[in-house]
Design a protein around this ligand. Structure first.
Ligand code: HDD
Length: 680
């Protein structure tokens, strides 16, 4: 992919900082040419290293300081550049310049992440995913620091350190890494019941996405949009992936973590390199200020969503990720997001979680990036000019010219000058606030279970089964039976049948009373109702010595036409010759190809009985089949399925005798993603 093809204003700015070391002479950081870089300066060939070896000291000192603290949460992440384009003017609601005119394009930088794990942890952890977007607008940077789940665990930022302490590895033995299946997490949940709704999402398939390209993003909080007239509307922000929302199954997630802990970043990186740019539509849900109290939830409560059927999502633009970073540390690691980075026309509400976040993010960047000048790092710089009287500090890069660094002044004619709101100066929404200073929670935040039930009621049969399995897995890992019992009782308030099944799975006496009277559901919450596309999905073609070369070529060609990525997998690498002498290059052997790393499998030959291919292929197919994936075969491969007693009429098993009619059917099955109605 030619990276220069997608240059935008931010990329041009980054050009000033990019440096190419290839084909250059080596120098020290002072620019001195280096004549020797392998041996330290010694007193004699077998003597001690000398203090005066400045080159050694500089190289070693820099190396010793290469690491910075990882993010306390969202440490494991991966980012990409892109662009955001508006479809529909938001002028009636906001004066934000980047949302005024259809066609306006704004450079963006997006970082996806898991929450709990360390920087090197497996990416398929059961966890929420961060979805943080920095819009480099003409009026300054706007950060939408969201997740792939529309609600949060807690209602007040005061509890965030407790939540994070509970989910992180336990302090006495630092176990488990990147997992919530342990006593302290569930102890926190049982004792902080506002978590119920988010836990339902976390136990659902949403917490194990198939790809960063196939998950939604949510701003979570209710924000405000402010228009030219100063009128405010409540808003919730959404990202909707054009490929639909899809997940893996839990057994698969755990295996992927071992086989390829970089699965999600590799998927994103490769899609962008290949020109399959991930796309997400941007949506807003808007509520008039007058309607603030019309709902059966408080619009300020971050543990509540606005059902799409009640408050429709209006699609107003699209983001395309079209460029990988050049350097992960410089860009993805040093990027500093902050929900408080806003532009005129976007403002906050009194959501107590949001209010606390507005403090925490600057504070964390100070420790993580080592001082107050992190805004000068190339990735964090706005594309518009910035001027003020802030000066100095560690790592300062700007050379502020002149005598004056204070306001008000006469020497510089009182510049940099403040700007009136009508000329683009940021003005906070003048919300009327009155109250006593209290440490309290509004009574309107008290209903912790209705929307947890709403989520449950909205799930398909398969999704419900997955939730029950996830709870049973997580609670099954606990050492403390009392916590298990408390959790069962807590979630009895969501759905009785659900907890009865979980209790049975973990050997507890199922409760016979409890349950919820909440009957509403929201079809938009179920992944069953998502977009289905085969685009960019992968298929492993299992090939042995005996195969029809022409037919296989046709299959590969046909799949590629559908933008499905076919990889030839065989017993060993090299070239295979078909019965018709057609030669096919093997992409991966069974040593590196695993069924969990593919979306589907096609069997091109059944293999000689008892051969390594024969047994490895059977394992591969069995696993793919048990993960509900499409399995395809023409005549030769079908024999292997029969031998494995896989019924050719099972859902998602596509067996055909004609490659022409096979391709569309198999492609449709791949687009369908999974076949939950299978007898496993
Ligand atoms: Fe946070 C990082 C999302 C609540 C404090 N958060 C962080 C990132 C995302 C979110 C996506 C990673 C950004 C990146 O890629 O660099 N956080 C959320 C969402 C929340 C939320 C959607 C609830 C709606 N966070 C939250 C609270 C607090 C924090 C209540 C503290 C009061 N979050 C942080 C942090 C992090 C962070 C400690 C770690 C690294 C960073 O900020 O830059 O300040």
């Amino acid at each position: 992919m030619d990276k220069n093809q997608n240059k935008n204003r931010k990329d041009e700015q980054l050009d000033a900082f990019r440096t190419e070391d290839r084909n250059k002479s080596m120098t020290t950081n002072q620019g001195l040419k280096v004549s020797e870089d392998e041996f330290s300066l010694k007193a004699g060939e077998r003597g001690p290293t000398l203090m005066e070896d400045f080159h050694f000291r500089e190289k070693m000192t820099h190396f010793d300081h290469e690491r910075i603290p990882e993010r306390i949460v969202h440490a494991r992440g991966f980012a990409a550049h892109g662009e955001f384009e508006v479809y529909e003017s938001m002028k009636p609601y906001t004066k934000a310049k980047f949302l005024q005119d259809p066609g306006t394009v704004t450079p963006v930088f997006v970082r996806f992440s898991t929450v709990a794990g360390s920087k090197g942890s497996g990416e398929l952890a059961r966890d929420a995913r961060g979805f943080a977007t920095k819009f480099y607008t003409e009026e300054g940077n706007y950060d939408l620091v969201g997740n792939n789940i529309p609600v949060f665990f807690i209602q007040d930022a005061m509890k965030f350190p407790d939540l994070v302490h509970a989910v992180k590895p336990e302090p006495h033995n630092e176990i488990p890494q990147a997992a919530s299946a342990h006593d302290t997490f569930w102890d926190f949940i049982a004792n902080n019941q506002e978590t119920a709704h988010m836990i339902m999402w976390k136990m659902s398939d949403r917490a194990i996405p198939r790809s960063y390209r196939m998950m939604e993003g949510f701003g979570v909080h209710t924000f405000r949009l402010i228009n030219e007239e100063g009128k405010s509307h409540f808003v919730k922000f959404h990202w909707k992936p054009k490929l639909g929302v899809h997940s893996v199954v839990w057994d698969e997630a755990q295996k992927i973590n071992g086989k390829d802990p970089d699965f999600h970043r590799a998927d994103l990186y490769e899609a962008i390199e290949e020109g399959n740019f991930p796309e997400y539509e941007f949506g807003v849900q808007i509520i008039n200020e007058e309607d603030e109290y019309k709902f059966d939830f408080d619009v300020l409560d971050p543990t509540k969503l606005w059902p799409e059927e009640e408050v429709p999502v209006k699609i107003i633009g699209k983001m395309t990720l079209n460029r990988n970073v050049d350097n992960v540390f410089a860009e993805s690691e040093q990027v500093a997001f902050h929900p408080g980075h806003v532009v005129p026309g976007i403002d906050f509400t009194n959501d107590p979680l949001l209010q606390g976040r507005l403090f925490s993010y600057t504070d964390t960047q100070l420790i993580r990036l080592g001082g107050p000048n992190f805004h000068e790092l190339p990735i964090n710089r706005p594309v518009c000019p910035f001027h003020n009287n802030q000066r100095d500090g560690y790592g300062r890069q700007t050379i502020n010219v002149g005598q004056v660094s204070y306001h008000k002044n006469s020497l510089a004619h009182n510049t940099p000058n403040t700007v009136r709101p009508e000329d683009g100066g940021y003005e906070h929404y003048q919300e009327k606030v009155e109250g006593r200073k209290v440490r309290a929670r509004s009574i309107s935040f008290k209903d912790h279970f209705s929307q947890a039930s709403l989520f449950w009621n909205s799930m398909s049969k398969a999704e419900k089964e997955h939730i029950i399995e996830a709870f049973s897995f997580e609670l099954g890992k606990l050492k403390n039976v009392e916590i298990q019992q408390q959790v069962i009782e807590m979630f009895g308030n969501v759905n009785l049948e659900m907890v009865q099944k979980i209790a049975k799975n973990i050997g507890l006496t199922p409760p016979s009373e409890g349950g919820s009277n909440y009957t509403k559901s929201s079809p938009a919450l179920s992944q069953e109702n998502t977009i289905r596309k085969g685009d960019t999905r992968t298929v492993a073609l299992l090939v042995d010595k005996e195969f029809n070369g022409k037919e296989l070529e046709k299959i590969v060609e046909g799949l590629e036409k559908e933008n499905i990525q076919a990889k030839i997998v065989s017993e060993s690498l090299g070239t295979l010759k078909g019965n018709d002498n057609v030669e096919i290059k093997v992409d991966q052997s069974f040593l590196t190809a695993e069924s969990v790393l593919f979306d589907s499998v096609y069997i091109a030959s059944s293999g000689e009985h008892n051969s390594t291919f024969h047994s490895k292929a059977k394992e591969f197919i069995k696993e793919a089949f048990s993960h509900y994936k499409p399995v395809g075969a023409l005549e030769a491969g079908a024999a292997l399925l029969t031998e494995m007693q896989i019924d050719h009429t099972e859902p998602g098993v596509i067996v055909n005798h004609n490659s022409g009619t096979f391709i569309p059917k198999f492609a449709e099955a791949i687009a369908n993603h999974r076949f939950w109605d299978r007898k496993i």
